[in-house]
Design a binder for this molecule. Sequence first.
Ligand code: LLP
Length: 461
Amino acid sequence: MVRSASAVREVPRQNEPTSGLPGLDRAFAYRGGVLTVEDVDLTAVAAAVGTPAYVYSEAALVGRYRLLADALAPLGAMVCYALKANSNQAVIATFARSGAGADVVSEGEMRRALAAGVPADRVVFAGVGKTRDELRAALAAGIMQVNVESEPELELLDAVAREMGRTAAVALRVNPDVDARTHAKISTGRKENKFGIDIALASAAAARAHALPGIAFKGFACHIGSQLTELAPFREAFARVAELVRTVRAQGIPVEHLDLGGGLGVRYGNEPLADVAGYAQAIRDTVAGLGCRLVVEPGRFLVAEAGLLLARVVYVKQGESRRFVIVDAAMNDLVRPAMYDAFHAVLPVREPPQGTTMAPVDLVGPICESSDTFARDRPMQEVSPGELVVFCTAGAYGAAMSSTYNSRPLVPEVLVRGDRFAVVRPRQAIETLLALDRLPPWHDEAQKPPGAANAARAQSS
Ligand code: LLP
């Protein structure tokens, strides 16, 4: 572990990446010519855990949480961290210790949240296809509320709750039919998307929920998409939900909870800095006056800029027309570029000298398909085999979306605090991966000498 001269660790409270590094919180900076995470030198991390590896800054995680939680505190809003962005228990526990709740979308995520210390009464369970078993598990755990996304789910939850002798606290997720103006694959608030109950049908659904004996109807939820870089769609969606609350209350049905979803975007490249104050203002202007208990479910905003993926250059291959930089990380480790054409800035760990020339390269991984490409024609400093590079803004939907495609084991995750770092998920051993498979019993039979099975049959007849 490398110690730097400065012992004082400052938790960033402003959304200003003073390091000037694209897509990284100010906890990341070049110091003494080497990229550091807080007071830890990334070459030391690579030496200790190898590459590829995810590295997160605790100060950045806590800083992002505080930034949002402080802005929303006057509104009494509870921040339920959306685990799907990064479900490492060390990350969840860091937020839980700061006071966050959790937004979960599977039994696995619910169990992670509880195991990491999130109190059950601060957990909301979302998702369009919760199974009977998941609904049972949610009721057994006594979570704050289930965000129900359809009438059939409502009926099933009512039945499950009555079987268990409980009542299920429910918010109905509505689809407000608002264009989030984000990538089509992460847009969720239009009529044509599978999510939520059409807002036009929501007051009837609320009346049904209110009437069902196994359901305690609490209110509404909405989430229109992820990586929103404008506030107008939030404002529009919240205003529509506020209108719905007034309509439903006019029918004599109390509405106590409003879950406003996640979606706040971050800066991968040229996006504007997230306007946290503007987001709080949009909430204040639209729904704060309703007197509901407010919940938000941010994922990406809390973790994206707090993490990077550390990798090593394996080869540099000069083709006739293109130069390929081949790294040891691949689309199984970070799928966002292959899946959403997402941009992740790439930086060398050794600080390039001032005035270094840049030349376009294709940055690729070793997986056997062309979509294993992190960047095409990306201007980059000269890098050599063995050199360390980082993919920025990889704290969200990086490790959480990784797979073992091409039988590549899951990579480690490392959390930094000041001049210390801890492996919060070790590298998966290839043996562990192999041990998951089983051979079917008939393979044993096939291993007997040819003709043995026939001979045995002939003998017994
Ligand atoms: N709440 C609900 C109901 C959601 O569906 C999501 C994200 C969130 C909260 C958190 O949204 P966030 O604050 O992170 O934008 N894998 C994609 C992102 C998928 C987001 C899915 N839902 C990516 O890498 O861009």
